[in-house]
Design a protein around this ligand. Sequence first.
Ligand SMILES: CC(C)(COP(=O)(O)OP(=O)(O)OC[C@H]1O[C@@H](n2cnc3c(N)ncnc32)[C@H](O)[C@@H]1OP(=O)(O)O)[C@@H](O)C(=O)NCCC(=O)NCCSC(=O)C[C@H](O)C(=O)O
Ligand code: MG
Length: 293
Amino acid sequence: MTSEPHRPRRSVLYVPASNDKALAKIAALACDAVIIDLEDAVAPADKVAAREKLAGIFASRPKRRCEMIVRVNALSSEWGNDDLLAAAKFEPDGILLSKVATPRDILEVGDVLDDNFAPDSVKLWAMIETPKAMLNIGAIAELGRDPASRLNCFVAGTNDLVMETGILATPDRRYLVPWLMQMVLAARAGGIDMLDGVSNDFRDPDAFARECTEAAAMGFDGKTLIHPAQVDAANHAFAPAPEALAEARAVKDAFALPENAGKGVIALDGRMVERLHLAQAEKLLAKAAAIGA
Ligand SMILES: CC(C)(COP(=O)(O)OP(=O)(O)OC[C@H]1O[C@@H](n2cnc3c(N)ncnc32)[C@H](O)[C@@H]1OP(=O)(O)O)[C@@H](O)C(=O)NCCC(=O)NCCSC(=O)C[C@H](O)C(=O)O
Ligand SMILES: [Mg+2]
C-alpha cells in the first residue's frame, strides 16, 4: 500500500501515552505526525492506564494536519492484543507495530483488524528494530505492494538494533548506516515511507541537525523524534531546499517549451536532463506544495 502521495512525514514525535504534560503539548507543536507510545516509553505498571487514555487523546486530536499513530506493545506480550483492538477503535492514521520480525507478524495483525474493522481503515506501520527484521526486510517490505496488507510505513528502531546486535553507537552511526540504507532500499521496493530512528541526545542541537541532514541525504522521508526541541530541525532538513526547488522549476519549464515537446532528453545549462528528471522535479514540487499547504 503506497503512502498517500506527498503527505509530509518530516517530523514524527513519540509522545508517551502515560505523560499528561507531554500529551497536552501536541496541539501546539509543528510536527507532521505524533506516535502515541504504549510500548517502551510506558512502564509495565502503567501500561493498562496508558491504554485507557487513548479515548481522551483522540477526543482532543489537533485541528491542524497532524497524523496520529499509536505504537502498540509486541503482539507476543501480555498487552499487545488489547492495545491493538483498543487503538484501532479510534481510527488512528496508523498503528505502529513494535519488534516486527517476519511478514507473518504484519499479516496476522491484518487478519485481526480485518475481522473487526473495515479493510480501508487503519494502516500499519512497522518498527524495524530486530536482527530478524533486518534479515527479512525485503519480504516484509514487499507487503507494501498489496493494499490488503495495510502496510504503509517503516520506522527504524536504532536503539533496539544497537542493543540486540552489540554494535557500538557512535555519533556518525557508522555501524548502523549499512542497515539504515538497506531499510531505505527495501521501503522503496515496497512503495512505503521510511522514517529514521531517534536521536537520544536531545540537548545537542548541532549533532541533531547533522544527523537529520545526513538522514535526508540517505533517502529517509523523515525522522522520529523524542523531544519538541527536535521538531524544527527535522522539518527544515526533510523539506526540499530552495536551490533544489529552483532547479526543479527550471527542469519543468524547460520541458514545457514547445521545442522540447516530445523530446526524451534535453540539455539544460550544460547538463543532460531526461524525463525521469522531470518526474523527479514534479515530485519535489508536489512535496513542497504539500508542506506549504
Ligand atoms: C526524553 C524525555 C524523558 C525528557 O523529558 P523532560 O526532561 O521532561 O524534558 P524537558 O523538561 O526538556 O521538556 C520540556 C517540555 O516539553 C515536554 N515534552 C518533553 N518531551 C515531549 C514529547 N516527547 N512530546 C511532547 N512534549 C514533550 C515536557 O513535558 C515539558 O513540558 P512542560 O513541563 O509543560 O514545559 C522526554 O522528552 C520524553 O519522554 N520523550 C519521549 C520518550 C519516548 O517516547 N521514548 C520512546 C520512543 S523512542 C524508541 O523507543 C525508539 C525505538 O523503539 C528504538 O528502538 O530505537
Ligand atoms: Mg525499540
